[in-house]
Ligand binder design. Structure first.
Ligand code: F6R
Length: 225
């Protein structure tokens, strides 16, 4: 536990950078699982600062984002594709080919195969070294909403009412929030070698307490951590 959001973000950024540098020395790639939303914004700012001021290259970094709304065009200001490029990728030197974000434009007929491929890509990259997570009011991690199985993999999911309500302001109205998303599964997340769940503000206290104190249950997917 850290004193405040800035300290916590700096702590996680340092852990990520240490891993990147250690892997660089061994000529290896560092595989990061990344989240979007308001929680990791300070973390991404800190990573950008370290890259620019401390001249740390991110060329050996491979990334897999947790989730993306579906359907959504990459160019939408609300897509996680846009969020990640604006808040991190544009400002660091991760090669574009190393960046993976679930594709909100994929044709429905190819979705199942696409999700299987996303899992295979993570596996061929050597698995996730560090996974960053936020937590939703529904207890979701990624977009694994209540009801998600511990054994779930990357797939199309129906978003919880609370999740859509929380996104309503950003989308200028609940009716504009997509009903579906593509998300890594709980099992995909649990396979990461290290996981940092970041949660700030009083608004998250109740669900964090539930995630930490309840027995693992599909009612609150974060309990599987
Ligand atoms: C986003 C994601 C979600 C968010 C969660 C918290 O990629 O996977 O699980 O981490 O909804 O969102 P914020 O940080 O906006 O409170």
């Amino acid at each position: 536990m850290c004193k405040n959001a800035t300290d916590a973000s700096k702590f996680v950024a340092t852990q990520i950078v240490l891993q990147i540098v250690e892997k660089q020395k061994k000529g290896q790639t560092c595989v990061l699982g990344l989240a979007t939303g308001s929680t990791p914004l300070t973390l991404y700012k800190e990573l950008i600062r370290i890259h620019k001021e401390e001249k740390i290259s991110f060329k050996n970094v491979v990334t897999f984002n947790l989730d993306e709304y579906y359907p959504i065009s990459k160019s939408s200001p609300h897509s996680y594709y846009t969020y990640m490029h604006n808040n991190l990728f544009k400002h660091v030197d991760i090669p574009e080919a190393n960046i993976h974000i679930p594709d909100g434009e994929i044709d429905k007929s190819h979705l199942q195969e696409y999700c299987r491929q996303y899992e295979s890509l993570i596996e061929s990259a050597g698995g996730i070294d560090i996974q960053i997570l936020g937590i939703g009011r529904s207890g979701h991690i990624g977009f694994n909403e209540p009801g998600s199985s511990q054994h779930s993999l990357t797939r199309l999911v129906y978003l919880d009412k609370k999740t859509r309500e929380d996104a309503a302001d950003t989308f200028s109205g609940l009716e504009n929030v997509p009903q579906f998303a593509i998300t890594m599964g709980i099992d995909t997340i649990l396979q990461a070698r290290r996981i940092f769940l970041m949660a700030f503000s009083e608004g998250k206290a109740k669900i964090v307490a539930e995630a930490c104190e309840s027995n693992p249950t599909t009612e609150c997917p974060a309990t599987f951590l």
